[in-house]
Structures are given as C-alpha cells and as structure tokens.
Design a protein around this ligand. Structure first.
Ligand code: AMP
Ligand code: GLY
Length: 423
C-alpha cells in the first residue's frame, strides 16, 4: 500500500516507525517530515495547513491511505477532502474534529450525553462572563473556545485573575479568533492522565493509557509546553477504571457524535482528571498525543497500519490488538529556551550511540539533516524512548540513552515518570 503520513513531530516519527514495520507498507511518504522520518519515508515539502497541496499530492501520486498526525488539518477538513477524492484517511471529518476544535461544542456534548466533566458555562460576551465569575468561587478555569495550540487555558487563582483572563482572551484576542467565545469551568483537583481508543464511527477499541508531563521543568515547575515526556501505562488508571472510562466516556461520546450527525472516526484521545469522584473529562483530542504516541507504539505488538486502515474503513471489529507486557517511557529533549525563544541550527551528536542500546528508540521532532549532520530545527527536538519491565526500568534506560547524546544546546526534564515510580 502507498501511504502518506501528515506532520513533522515526534508523534509522526513514531507513526512512521510503526507503519514501516507492517508487511502492508509499500511506499511511505511524509509531509513535511523531519530528519529522523526521512530514514523511513520519502519526505515531501508540503505543510500541514496546505490542504489543497496535500490533496493534490495524494491524488497525483496514487496514495492509497493517509494518516493525519496533527489536529489543525483535520479541523480544516483534510479528511473530508480526501474522502471526496476517494482516498481513505485516518482521522475525523471537520464536523467530528470540532470535539477538539471547540471547547463549547465538547462541553455541550458532555452535558447532553451525560459524560462526566467539570461544571461550566459558555459566553460570547465579556461582561456576561465576568458576571459569572462574580457569582462563582475561585480557583476557576477560563478557556478560549477554539484551537490555541494548547495555550488557551488559564487557571485563575482568584477573581481578579479570572477577569484579566477574560480580557486577555476576549478583548485583547491573545489567541485570535479562538477567543470569540470562552468556556468558564470549575477547577478540578486530582491527577491527570490520558486514555486513547480507536473509533470507526460506531465501535471503539481501547488502546492504552499514558501520562504526559506538560510543565517545562522538573517538579512541574515553569511554563506549560506541548509535553516534555510521557509514559505508558498511566498507573493511576487501573483496569476497572479503564473499563469505567470506556463505558462512561468513550461509548457515550461515540453514540452522541453519531446522533448529532457527526460520526467519529480516528483516534479519540481523552484528557482526564482522576478526581475523588472518579474520572472527569478535561478535553477531547482528535489525534494521538505528542509525546504520548511514542511510548504507546513501543508497547504495541500488532500491526498498527492494519489497525488504522481497518478503523478508517469502518472494520474495527476485525482488529485485535496485542500489547507487550512492558512499560515504556519517553524523555523529550528540547532546545534551550523552549517554550519561549530558542535558537535553531546547533549540531546533535551521539545519536547512534543512544540508538544502539537495546530497547531504545530515538524519535526525532524538530530536526533537520545537513549532509551527515543532524541539526536542531525546532523547540521539541528529540524524544528518547525506552521499554522496560517496569516504568522505573524504562526510565533508567531512557536516561542512559539521553546521557549518550551530545547536545549542549538542549535540555530535558530529569523526572519523567516520577508519579508512577513513587506509587
Ligand atoms: P485542556 O486543554 O482543556 O485540557 O487544558 C489544559 C490543561 O489545563 C489541562 O491539561 C489541565 O492541566 C488544566 N485544566 C484544564 N481544565 C481544568 C480544570 N477544570 N481543572 C483543573 N485543571 C484544568
Ligand atoms: N501531549 C499533549 C498533547 O498531545 O496534546
């Protein structure tokens, strides 16, 4: 099969890595890809926002299956356009991608189909939003309705911070059009974890759980990032809890989306707060997590390509997934300064030594090849992933690999997996 993967991050490297192992994988392309991906796939210079360019490439090159990594092209309708061109795609339609694209839509769906989430209200006008703050207790959470690259959520410790957040999002339009509406919701206390399932319109197949580390520095300090590391499974999600999540979150979401005329296809990523009253939905994402995808694919024994293709074609009942008994963990290495300003172009050495360790895979994110050299070319640059009998063993091996990488201009957290290891 001729396959095109869309995206250029560690997640897409992990997807290409798993897809390339399938006997069904013929020619593999990635748009735009990175230096690591270019060892597995032919990289084509088309950005994820160039929907027309991607569709033209797929139709013009006989692509038989497209796997979409990031959310933006899905929200912009890439899967619909490909379907119209007769090319199956892994990822939801634009109407279904609103589950991630609009927090207001997602919260209303939860309310209508009795899916447990924080109490909330949606506003399209700042004065009414402030009035709500006046009547409610802090801490409280103010969220831009639309996509804001993970930055549109402001946790407010007191009412003044909440008023300022409303002005920032709605009046100053700090996140552009994403701030046309705000969702204001109750602050939830607990431990965060993610759960993933494949969904083919009517059926769901659970994947596994994972836990991300969003803060830039050790101990959860510093600004929020796209994710500085992750491990799988998330031990806070026990087997009975995974079943509860399937029954009370995933299944009603699929039924609700179908009933709303927006049947969901693709991977459903649920961000949860595990509270004393059970799991509550923080967010839905319509794609794999980055970096959660990296440890996840390392635990999978079955053919990922076969599963994704069956999912896209509505044949999920034909798929049975087998997982390794091991845990896995990824440490993200980022450019000094990330998530703020960072420089590009520094050389990364020692990758071959890290990759030579048994049970280690180094996934590239923002990298670029210059002859034989690998250069940093983004904020999150590498994901050093390892498998082990336990999360502690996977952590030890991942940091052993990190220490073999010679990149003075990079940094990483040293505590990925701490919650699971402490438990
Ligand atoms: P979201 O994009 O909605 O998942 O929010 C981003 C991050 O903000 C989450 O990963 C949580 O850490 C935090 N967050 C969002 N909503 C809440 C809430 N209601 N209570 C506590 N923390 C929250
Ligand atoms: N790691 C968080 C995300 O992919 O949204």
């Amino acid at each position: 099969m001729k396959i095109l993967v869309i995206g250029s991050g560690g997640r897409e490297h992990a997807l290409c890595w798993a897809i390339a192992q399938s006997p069904h994988c013929g020619e593999l392309y990635c748009a735009p890809g990175n230096a690591g991906i270019s060892r597995l796939a032919e990289c084509v210079e088309i950005g994820p926002d160039d929907i027309g360019g991607l569709v033209d490439f797929a139709t013009g090159n006989g692509i038989e299956f497209v796997v979409v990594g990031p959310e933006a092209p899905l929200v912009a309708g890439l899967a619909d356009r490909l379907e119209a061109a007769g090319i199956p795609a892994f990822g939801p339609s634009a109407k279904a991608a609103e589950l991630e694209g609009s927090k207001g839509f997602m919260k209303d769906l939860c309310a209508k189909y009795d899916i447990s989430t924080a109490d909330y209200e949606t506003f399209d006008e700042p004065d009414a939003a402030k009035e709500y703050i006046l009547r409610h207790r802090a801490p409280i959470v103010v969220k831009a309705d639309g996509l804001a690259a993970g930055k549109g959520v402001i946790i407010c410790r007191n009412k003044n911070e909440a008023y300022a957040a409303i002005d920032h999002i709605m009046t100053e339009r700090a996140f552009g059009d994403a701030g046309g509406k705000v969702v204001i919701e109750e602050f939830l206390e607990g431990e965060e974890a993610s759960f993933f399932a494949l969904v083919d319109g009517t059926r769901a197949l659970p994947l596994v759980s994972a836990q991300d580390h969003k803060a830039a520095y050790d101990g959860g300090e510093g600004p929020n990032t796209g994710g500085m590391g992750a491990y799988s499974p998330a031990t806070v999600i026990s087997e009975p809890m995974a079943k509860t999540i399937m029954d009370r979150v995933i299944t009603p979401t699929i039924k609700g989306m179908a009933a709303e005329g927006r049947p969901y296809r693709g991977v459903l990523y649920v961000g949860l707060m595990i509270t004393v009253n059970g799991p509550k939905v923080l967010e839905f994402n319509v794609r794999f997590g980055d970096p959660e995808c990296q440890p996840m694919v390392m635990r999978l024994k079955s053919d990922l390509l076969e599963a994704l293709f069956a999912c896209a074609e509505g044949r999920l009942h034909e798929v049975k997934l087998e997982w390794r008994d091991q845990a896995s963990l990824v440490v993200v290495m980022a450019a000094e300064g990330y998530p703020g300003y960072y420089a590009k172009g520094s050389e990364i050495r020692g990758l071959d030594k890290a990759e030579a360790l048994d049970g280690v895979v180094v996934y590239h994110a923002g990298t670029k090849a210059a002859g034989k050299k690998i250069l940093a070319d983004g904020g999150r640059v590498l994901g050093v992933a390892a498998r082990g009998e336990t999360i502690a063993k996977a952590q030890e091996l991942a940091y052993k690999a990190v220490d073999l990488i010679d990149w003075p201009q990079g940094f990483c957290r040293r505590d990925i997996g701490w919650r699971a290891i402490k438990r």
